[in-house]
Design a protein around this ligand. Structure first.
Ligand SMILES: [Zn+2]
Length: 317
């Protein structure tokens, strides 16, 4: 969920969405019900995104659209990307990755050849922590010790306006650079606590059952937003907010091209939902550091799972 923790300025609240900071309202669930079976099945950020019908115009039916890359194709993509053989063993500082899988068929993860220092993949205070449907935060109730409110244009408040200090500083630099280029970027939703996620997810389970809830909202302890390393952007207009077509907005276009210079990646790229577990989210940025983000960009490695040689996590186990 991207912005249920946000009170959301009006321009960041597209029609038909809940702006509540608390648990999803009955109205929100009502809209969910109205949206019916046509759900965008996998949403990292918000239960409200689940209200996007799968047939919504946008990238879904497009020519280069969700072809549901199988793990095998993802594997070939991952394996085919790095051209330089990686060292046999990544730094010992890197946590032991999950068991190899089809998506991690390479002998060594591309990150093994990444420039710069290596970091833990499991410690939630590490810029390389990978949180997905196979890898919950540990501890599940983790709270970043250094949450701060970045000095950027906010489209939210409360805990959702917070980031860990490293991410906040990088966001300030990135937003300023975008502004200098004439592009407005807003912070739409940042940190989200375990408690907030629990309330939200529980609400969905009560309303829809667990299976449907899992398509709409990250389980508590499984949201990257809880790490403080991730946030969602808007552009101040509200247009296409939290929608696939946001990719065409200047903020998203700029971020896709430039975010790596500030240490960010678009965490849930288009057509990689079988690896990341989430459909395309051009608004969801994740800090991993400038060196790693630039390395991923230059080598056209799309996901953290591939970059770090981790198994695909299309769903909860
Ligand atoms: Zn998000």
């Amino acid at each position: 969920m991207c912005y249920d923790g946000a009170d959301g300025t009006p321009e960041e609240q597209p029609a038909g969405r809940s702006g509540g900071r608390e648990a999803p309202s009955r109205r929100a669930f009502g809209r969910f019900l109205v949206a019916g079976g046509g759900l965008a099945a996998l949403s990292a950020c918000t239960p409200d995104q689940a209200a996007v019908p799968s047939g919504t115009p946008g990238p879904t039916p497009g020519p280069d659209t969700f072809t549901r890359p199988a793990a095998a194709s993802a594997s070939s993509s991952a394996a085919g990307t790095p051209s330089t053989p990686a060292p046999a063993n990544p730094s010992s500082a890197v946590a032991t990755p999950a068991a190899p899988s089809a998506a991690a068929a390479s002998a060594s993860p591309p990150s093994a050849a990444a420039p710069g220092p290596k970091h833990s993949l499991s410690d939630p205070t590490s810029p390389w922590v990978v949180v997905n449907k196979h890898r919950p935060l540990s501890p599940a109730t983790f709270v970043p010790p250094d949450l701060v409110r970045p000095a950027v244009r906010l489209a939210t408040s409360g805990e959702a306006s917070l980031l860990n200090s490293t991410t906040a500083a990088a966001a300030e630099r990135m937003f300023a650079a975008a502004a200098a280029a004439g592009v407005i970027i807003t912070l739409a939703s940042g940190y989200r606590s375990f408690a907030t996620q629990k309330v939200t997810y529980s609400g969905w389970v009560r309303a829809q059952g667990q299976a449907a809830a899992d398509t709409a909202s990250a389980r508590p302890g499984f949201s990257e937003h809880q790490t403080g390393w991730a946030f969602d952007i808007g552009d101040g207009s509200g247009a296409d907010a939290f929608q696939p077509n946001f990719r065409s907005r200047p903020a998203a276009v700029w971020a896709a091209a430039q975010a790596h210079r500030f240490g960010f990646v678009v965490r849930y790229p288009w057509t990689f939902q079988e690896i990341t577990g989430y459909f395309y989210e051009p608004w969801h940025l994740r800090y991993i550091g400038i060196e790693a983000a630039t390395d991923m960009k230059s080598r056209s490695i799309a996901t953290l799972e591939q970059y770090f040689g981790l198994e695909a996590a299309p769903g909860y186990r």
